[in-house]
Design a protein around this ligand. Structure first.
Ligand code: PLP
Length: 477
């Protein structure tokens, strides 16, 4: 038996976006006939150089900057590293104090931790219960030896928008360099470096329908900054190495497309879909908690906590139905780490651990959102019902493929067995199986295995709760 999985609904645009077909088309010649090194003097090299400069102009236009202020990097992470370390080391004679916030991306938080070990001092500002930094706190934290403020524009987990313009004004008054990580905001809302009063801005291509592995740091001209790497003279002496020409060209095209989308008011489309998603979840799952401020939040990110449930299990259920969303926290190879953002907002751990992040893109439709809500509602109801009536002893069945879990779900649902699809516990995944498992009442084990066997559903192994020992029994006839 094969259950056909419906069309995928991708609701994880804060993690990455599909490469736009026009971006791919623009990149292709640079993998083929346009293979020159941009530093070469002859025609082939000049063509590559011109393509890079054209892309630089488009990236600059997206954020209201001058092309000569754009430094291409390998992505948002490198841009954050270059900004923070580059400013710290170039300005160490002025002081060693850096101000940041508790909800930054690890690409900022971990660089600050590294600098702390190298003798810098870092003030990490708190956020309110909506995940917003208070600009007055920034002012209060400024010291005589403060050389850098680094605060993100839109948070990647909950979408909270920070008062960048206000902080920028404070930074200007005090003569302090101000960096913002705008990886999540560009292409979703209008972003202008001059209006925001920043000195450096990190951006990344793969969040705006461009290729992965390319990003940029905007550095206001005249800003004193040191490189991270030493080598050739590329990228205004700030980022040596032969340029990744196809990726830069793709980033340029993606920026141009993003500009056109902003002109077509993509922000309203994202807002509309997000409001539909949140209103519908609030109506159908009243126990759900929507995180973040109703207004001070980016249009495309919705973080929702489902109390007493595990976010990985919710995500696994959505995955079985072709709906792709993320844990509210950093999700590394199937393990959810507790979220420093939700913790900073004082969300209790038992609520935070059931948090799912939905993030929308231009290609999403109302139908996508409605379909996702239907599946989500069924998932949450089933998980709650199963855990409410479950006896102490449960069993678990693992599968090699998600499709097999989907088949089992359909069969057990039709046969009215109590069960829940869950994320395969980490210790079990050491044995080859997929990330979706099925939990059932232990007393039903034999009947369930017989039923699955009769329907030809393959499974990887069976477990009793609390036991890590696998009974790798073949399917019963
Ligand atoms: N900053 C923020 C806010 C992000 O969301 C991300 C990626 O998720 C990054 C930085 C890192 O960007 P990249 O994946 O291009 O290294």
């Amino acid at each position: 038996m094969k259950k056909s999985i419906q069309k995928h609904v991708f609701l994880d645009h804060a993690a990455t976006t599909p490469v736009h077909p026009d971006v791919l088309e623009t990149m292709m010649p640079f993998f083929g006939s346009h293979y020159g090194n941009p530093s070469s003097f002859y025609g082939l090299g000049r063509k590559a150089h011109q393509a890079i400069e054209k892309a630089r102009g488009k990236v600059a236009a997206l954020i209201g900057a001058e092309p000569g202020e754009i430094i291409f990097t390998s992505g948002g992470t490198e841009a954050d590293n270059l900004a923070i370390q580059g400013i710290a080391f170039a300005n160490v004679h002025r002081g060693r104090h850096i101000i940041t916030s508790a909800i930054e991306h690890p690409a900022v938080l971990n660089v600050c931790s590294h600098l702390k070990q190298r003798g810098f001092s870092v003030t990490q500002l708190p956020v309110d219960s909506y995940g917003n930094v208070n600009a007055a706190d920034v002012k209060e934290a400024i010291r005589n030896d403060t050389i850098l403020i680094t605060i993100m524009h839109a948070n990647n987990e909950i979408g909270s928008l920070q008062p960048i313009k206000e902080i920028g004004t404070i930074a200007k008054e005090c003569g302090i360099i101000f960096h913002t990580d705008a990886v999540q905001s560009i292409g979703k809302i209008p972003v202008n470096v001059r209006e925001l009063k920043v000195d450096l801005m990190s951006i990344s291509s793969h969040k705006i329908y461009g290729p992965k592995g390319i990003g940029a740091l905007w550095v206001k001209s005249g800003t004193r900054i040191a490189p991270l790497l030493y080598g050739g003279r590329q990228e205004m002496n700030l980022r040596p190495g032969t340029e990744n020409v196809p990726a830069i060209v793709g980033f340029g095209k993606a920026s141009e497309i993003s500009m056109a989308m902003l002109n077509d008011d993509i922000t309203s489309h994202l807002h509309h879909l997000r409001d539909r998603l949140e209103q519908s979840i609030a109506e159908r799952i009243p126990s759900a908690r929507i995180n973040g401020h109703p207004q001070k939040r980016i249009a495309h990110i919705s973080s929702i906590s489902f109390k007493s449930l595990e976010s990985l299990s919710i995500i696994a259920n959505l995955d079985v139905h072709g709906i792709y969303a993320s844990g509210g926290a950093a999700c590394t190879t199937g393990k959810i780490e507790s979220s420093h953002v939700l913790a900073a907002m004082n969300i209790p751990p038992e609520t935070a651990s059931g948090t799912v992040r939905f993030s929308l893109g231009f290609e999403n439709t109302e139908q996508d959102v409605d379909h996702a809500i239907d599946i989500l509602t069924k998932t949450v109801n089933r998980l709650h019902a199963f855990y409410q009536q479950t006896p102490n002893e449960t069993g678990m069945i693992t599968f090699h493929e998600v499709e097999h879990a989907a088949e089992a779900e359909q069969i057990l649902q039709d046969a009215h067995f109590p069960f829940a699809l869950i994320a395969t516990p980490h210790h079990i995944k050491q044995v080859y199986c997929c990330h979706v498992a099925l939990e059932h009442h232990f007393v039903d084990k034999d009947r369930i295995l017989r039923l699955l066997g009769k329907n030809g559903v393959e499974f990887a192994g069976t477990y009793t709760n609390g036991s890590s020992l696998m009974d790798n029994s073949p399917n019963p006839a």
